[in-house]
Design a protein around this ligand. Sequence first.
Ligand code: KIV
Ligand code: ZN
Length: 503
Amino acid sequence: MDNIKIFDTTLRDGEQSPGASMTIPEKVKIARKLDLLGVDIIEAGFAVASNGDFEAVKEIAGVAQNSTICSLARTVEKDIETAARAIENAKKRRIHTFIATSPIHMDLKLKMAPDEVIKRAVKAVEFAKSFTDDVEFSCEDATRSEMGFLKDILSAVVEAGATTLNMPDTVGYATPNQYGSFIKELVEHVGNKAILSVHCHNDLGLAVANSLSAVENGARQIECTINGLGERAGNAALEEIVMALKTRSDYYNGLDTNIKTKEIYGTSRLVATVCGIEPQPNKAIVGKNAFSHESGIHQDGVLKNAITYEIMKPSDVGIENNTLTLGKLSGSHAFKDKLESLGYVLDEEQFKEAFEKFKDLADKKKEIYDDDIRALANSQDEIEKVYELVKLQISDCSEGVPTAAVTIKKEAMEYTDAAIGDGTIDAIFKVIDRVSGFNGHLKDYKVKAVTEGKDALARVFIKVEFEEGLAVMGHGLHIDTMIASANAYIDSLNNYLQIKQKD
Ligand code: KIV
Ligand code: ZN
């Protein structure tokens, strides 16, 4: 039985989704989860892009237990050398170097002749090889490149030592049958000298179909992202590819992946929470409606036997019916067991904090569901908090002036002040600015109920610019939306301070 390697690029191409930037601790948290999920290769970033990217790749390299850690690099020495330094502590490491191969890109963007492109690619692969045996080469815009040229460049980079050859559909132009034949011809050309990989974008909504067609035709690595995040319309969604291969293993001749499918839902929730981008409700596998049956005929069928209308069990992807599990009387042991069964391993400090939040929540909320526990665990910060909210008092009347008073702690000292605003949220953010001495500009604000019911936890996601051109995200979680908003604002301020400190 053949194995398909899953190469996850949520932290690199996924982060290129408009509005999806992540802090270093958030990337590390996601990388840990991807490692647990069983992805073969984690593309942790583009190390040369910024200090932040370099640090993120380096930290991830230090924590991954099983996955190979990879950094992207152009076919430029400085990129490759920086990528190599960033991944040097990883147990298994890969350098992924790329150059465009289509006439459109070579003429209009690179302004390079095809033979120069081949020389550059060969030099880059040879240089990458001096740092690691595992070198991937990508032909950017492969699907608009000439077949003859692709064969020439692939032969040359294989000779130079490339072990994986990636054929991105960079602009999402391919269609399934055509991409399948394209991959088949290249697999036949390369033989068993290297693994053929695919990387499909979703501009025509065909990324998953194209990836699966490639696999039918001999590709043995698929590049994809959680929730299909990625540049423009996104990349092929990991969860859809993995579940298609598993559910239709009869059709795919038993082709399998190393993904622990029960970790899929938890990973999807974490990525959605961190990026503030929820999968659409009808998104396959992880959307809110993916396993819910509305019509009476369907409900009746499912009650008689789920197989009537369900081709997969929700539990296969880690959705345990969002069960009501813990309550006010549950102790730390039960809480820890629950966290572990949902795939979370928190350190002692994080666990203590999460348990306090859980007890606090259990006092206010009658029913606590798996999604509440996930939200609590996902909201555990791994950064030092410079500022912390101690107290918030608001007065808002339709006729009066919205006012907020806060007490904020900084280095064991408490500071209190009050401000008025155009609305309550505005007043809260203004008073935090006043107390902290920073002046944030709100760029995005979203609030979502974690579960159903009037007493649901509110999760607030915001983006604030404390400095022009540097939008920083923040999250807040609380049963009270105003407190969640204040926490989210303070979180973005703490994230900003951390970025500045690293710089
Ligand atoms: O879409 C693309 O071509 C890419 C490459 C850099 C692999 O993301
Ligand atoms: Zn891409």
